[in-house]
Design a protein around this ligand. Structure first.
Ligand code: C5P
Length: 404
């Protein structure tokens, strides 16, 4: 476990597990980290700042209003200094305050003021941990990018047995080292820094009448995975999303639309950009004249006249300041022929083709892609959509560079 030259801000909140923070400081320092400790007021009722000062080698901070400390290293400076913030133990209360975005003490203020990765090691009575409020707060923090480490199951200080024990110091140090190593990997792969990427995702809905619509089986998962991969490569991402049940990935601007026409307007408003990736399953046709009232089932047959929707991707690829344009082709047969035809017809730089049909691609967690461009092709083997998305972003980046 290597934390050489890493600045770790250790937050300790109130809970009996705070005694384990002493060993944690030792282990962090053994792994090469520089450790500064911030305690909540409640934590000081379980363990003294003096103990942690002796172990960390630095004065421990508790209050936001300590003039001497603020003069030495102000709280914003401390927030910038941190390569990671680890809160161990993280009480139900500190998680609730963080989830609510509060900054009512030094520790929560630092968390709000820092862009460093945040890791939380919850420790509490098993019923408190299982409470829907705590679970919802943990989920919120996780969705915003925090790593929730544990808790483990076992006997608790309160005499109960169950989930809620803080992970052991050695496990916390290992997980922290993993998170930081992963960030370094991402940073070195940050090849889309300064690039603006617009992505469409999900299915459109075209109204037949006020209660019915035409749509398709797209879940939006592939597009959302591509958006996350582009964000992780350092891009500024705008995700123009049709109807899906997926949560908004942190760090991504999401614009919700319903129909193909709304998607077109949102896409054109988001231009110019460097890369446009159209993963959305846009309805090719829409009812020509949607009924204003619910259609009654009087007749034995019913015809709905459909008219063609504008092709958003072709339109973007034809713009004067055209971005690097990437399309998706979902086909049930003649996959590669159709994909190559689309590549040319829509004037694309790249196309990702996938076979769809019974149990394939749509609404599935896995997929496989054939990626084609004017003079090349790569097969991406069957795997989960986030792995595929990262591979696709890598190919796009390489193609983009060879274009420049
Ligand atoms: O022609 P086809 O619908 O198969 O093309 C698929 C590609 O074109 C996808 O990238 C899709 O997001 C995009 N598309 C679009 N607007 C449409 C239809 C498809 O942007 N109206």
């Amino acid at each position: 476990m290597n934390l050489q030259h890493k600045n770790i801000l250790l937050g300790i909140s109130g809970g009996i597990a705070s005694y384990k923070a002493c060993e944690l400081v030792r282990r962090l320092r053994d792994a090469g980290a520089e450790v500064r400790v911030v305690m909540t007021d409640n934590a000081t009722r379980f363990i003294t700042p003096l103990t942690l000062q002796a172990l960390s080698g630095h004065p421990v901070r508790v209050s936001l209003w300590d003039e001497n400390h603020e003069a030495a290293m102000g709280h914003i400076e401390l927030a910038r200094w941190a390569d990671a913030i680890l809160i161990a133990p993280a009480s139900a209360d500190v998680m609730a305050r963080l989830a609510a975005g509060m900054a009512d003490d030094l520790l929560t203020t630092l968390c709000l003021a820092s862009e460093a990765p945040m890791l939380l090691a919850p420790a509490m009575n098993r019923i408190m941990w299982a409470h829907p409020a705590t679970q919802a707060n943990a989920q919120t923090l996780h969705q915003r990018g925090a790593s929730i480490l544990g808790p483990a199951a076992g006997s608790q200080a309160c005499g109960e047995t169950g989930e809620g024990r803080m992970l052991e110091a050695v496990d916390l140090v290992k997980q922290l080292a993993d998170v930081l190593a992963c960030r370094v990997d991402k940073r070195s792969a940050s090849t889309l820094h300064g690039k603006r990427v617009v992505i469409t995702a999900g299915a459109t809905r075209e109204a037949i009448d006020p209660v019915r619509f035409i749509s398709n089986r797209s879940s939006g998962r592939m597009g959302y995975a591509v958006a996350e991969a582009a964000r992780d490569a350092g891009a500024e991402v705008v995700l123009i999303s049709g109807v899906t049940h997926l949560p908004t990935p942190p760090g991504i601007r999401r614009i919700d639309v319903e129909t193909a026409l709304q998607m077109r307007t949102a896409v054109l408003q988001a231009m110019p950009c460097d890369i446009f990736i159209a993963t959305a399953a846009v309805a090719d046709y829409r009812p020509a004249d949607p009924a204003t009232q619910k259609i009654k089932k009087h007749a034995d047959t019913l015809s709905i006249e459909l008219i063609k929707n504008p092709d958003i991707l072709s339109e973007v690829a034809a713009l004067e300041r055209r971005p690097f344009s990437v399309g998706f082709a979902a086909e049930t047969e003649h996959l590669l022929e159709h994909a190559r035809d689309k590549l040319q017809r829509k004037n694309l730089d790249l196309i990702a083709a996938n076979r769809v049909g019974e149990g394939l691609a749509f609404d599935q967690l896995d997929n496989a892609l054939s990626v084609l461009w004017a003079d090349g092709q790569i097969e991406l083997a069957h795997t989960d959509k986030s792995t595929l998305a990262r591979q696709l972003i890598q190919i796009i980046t390489e193609r983009l560079e060879s274009h420049a």
